[in-house]
Design a protein around this ligand. Structure first.
Ligand code: MD3
Ligand code: FE
Length: 215
């Protein structure tokens, strides 16, 4: 009777996806404010910027990085670099909170020795998306990728090893963490156009962290 009134709806839970990915719902929720403060700190040193594909097409998301390596894209290709080309200085250090969260999430999904050395930070405004692609700029594909979703919800679609393979969709909301290990690590994926909305305290955007072992 009092169950509903006093139910605790803040506890995380796990949802396995196909191909070895695991969604840890709300896993980062308790730390979300701290993560946002850390992101603000990172972008004072490595400001948000727009990247271009090697072919010269703009990516619609805005990006920054922290950690020993940052993912960049320009006319010379996609790669991990130890310095921010905008400031010609090393990327800001990875905040402890990012590292520990990623390690805890990876362990939960069966990767007890994950030590990320790169964190890509993507910011999606309403109306932006990320096209279908594979992540293949890292050295060791047996290492998982941990993604943390903050702010507005986004629908994420992931397929198979071929661009034309059918996709599975999953809605990722504030505080959700996904560990992408196993076969799905090599699979095509994309983020659908971000729908209008307002999130407190982030406003009208979504921020996604991807924590990786680049080298
Ligand atoms: C599934 N970012 O940065 S994170 C990316 O929401 C990227 O910003 C998306 O795709 C975003 O490369 C999705 C989740 C993610 C990351 C890597 C994957 C999903 C993945 C690799 C394989 C399969
Ligand atoms: Fe990706």
């Amino acid at each position: 009777m009092t169950d509903d009134l006093f139910a605790d709806d803040t506890q995380p839970w796990q949802e396995p996806l196909t191909g070895g990915a695991v969604v840890l719902r709300r896993f980062a929720l308790a730390e979300a404010d701290g993560l946002l403060t850390d992101i603000e700190q990172v972008v004072t040193q490595a400001p948000w910027r727009q990247l271009f594909t090697p072919g010269g097409k703009p990516l619609s998301v805005r990006t920054s990085n922290c950690g020993a390596y940052g993912w960049i894209s320009d006319r010379h290709g996609y790669r991990y670099a130890p310095r921010d080309p905008l400031t010609d200085t090393p990327w800001p250090a990875m905040p402890e909170r990012f590292f520990r969260l990623a390690q805890r999430a990876a362990a939960e999904a069966g990767y007890p020795v994950f030590a990320p050395d790169a964190c890509l930070i993507n910011r999606y405004a309403v109306g932006t998306k990320m096209g279908l692609h594979q992540d293949r700029d890292e050295q060791d594909f047996s290492q998982p990728i941990v993604s943390v979703s903050l702010g507005l919800p986004a629908t994420f679609a992931f397929g198979g090893a071929q661009r034309s393979d059918p996709t599975t969709k999953v809605l990722l909301t504030h505080g959700d963490v996904v560990v992408w290990g196993g076969p799905v690590r090599r699979h095509y994926h994309r983020v659908l156009t971000l729908k209008e909305g307002t999130h407190f305290p982030l406003g009208d955007c979504r921020i996604n962290l991807t924590l990786r072992r680049a080298r």
